[in-house]
Design a protein around this ligand. Structure first.
Ligand SMILES: CC(C)(COP(=O)(O)OP(=O)(O)OC[C@H]1O[C@@H](n2cnc3c(N)ncnc32)[C@H](O)[C@@H]1OP(=O)(O)O)[C@@H](O)C(=O)NCCC(=O)NCCS
Length: 159
């Protein structure tokens, strides 16, 4: 049966649920066992301010995925400026995308990215960058399926 899926811009009243979804995303990242994702004191309040700064802005956007009218996922997007030495004046950045486990593989993640790509298209952006933990096989497959290719290899050494 077709799922009742809708993607829309985030609204201020979504903030409490989006903070909960973000906390789940941090838990997912933490479980990958790579980078230290333990949260500092006041992190949820700080992240809520960060999220609020994506709502109703020209150079940032937040999208929400709803299934059966309930928010189950979100995406954050922004316009970034490369250093002035380059001809390219701007590029797109997707800094977070998350869909709750029970709602995955039903197209919500792809629909969130499609909404972001539409927003970037309106801004005449020619390139969109995402970063994924190399251990996140699920995330890497997701981005590949959506046409993203590896261009930069980032390496950490734990001391
Ligand atoms: C990545 C994520 C957002 C995908 O959300 P989703 O709603 O399941 O995505 P979709 O249903 O639109 O999947 C689109 C395609 O991505 C690929 N994909 C998604 N999950 C996958 C998985 N577990 N294994 C392999 N491929 C996968 C598939 O090709 C899928 O198409 P298909 O279902 O027709 O085969 C979700 O799994 C998630 O929140 N993961 C935790 C956070 C994360 O990894 N974020 C992204 C990395 S930075």
């Amino acid at each position: 049966m077709a799922v009742d899926l809708r993607v829309r811009p985030a609204r201020p009243e979504d903030l409490p649920q989006l903070v909960r979804l973000w906390r789940e995303l941090i838990g997912f990242d933490e479980a990958l066992g790579g980078q230290d994702f333990r949260l500092a004191a006041g992190a949820p309040e700080q992240w809520e301010r960060h999220l609020r700064a994506h709502i109703g802005k020209r150079s940032r956007a937040a999208h929400v995925a709803e299934v059966e009218g309930k928010p189950v996922g979100f995406l954050l997007a922004s316009l970034e400026q490369p250093p002035g030495i380059f001809m390219e004046r701007k590029f797109g950045h997707i800094s977070a995308v998350y869909v709750q486990e029970a709602s995955r593989r039903k197209g919500a993640g792809g629909a969130l990215v499609a909404a972001a790509l539409g927003w970037f298209g309106d801004k005449r952006v020619g390139r969109v960058r995402v970063a994924s933990d190399a251990r996140n096989g699920l995330g890497v497959e997701f981005w590949k399926k959506l046409g993203f290719q590896t261009t930069v290899l980032t390496m950490d050494k734990l001391l």
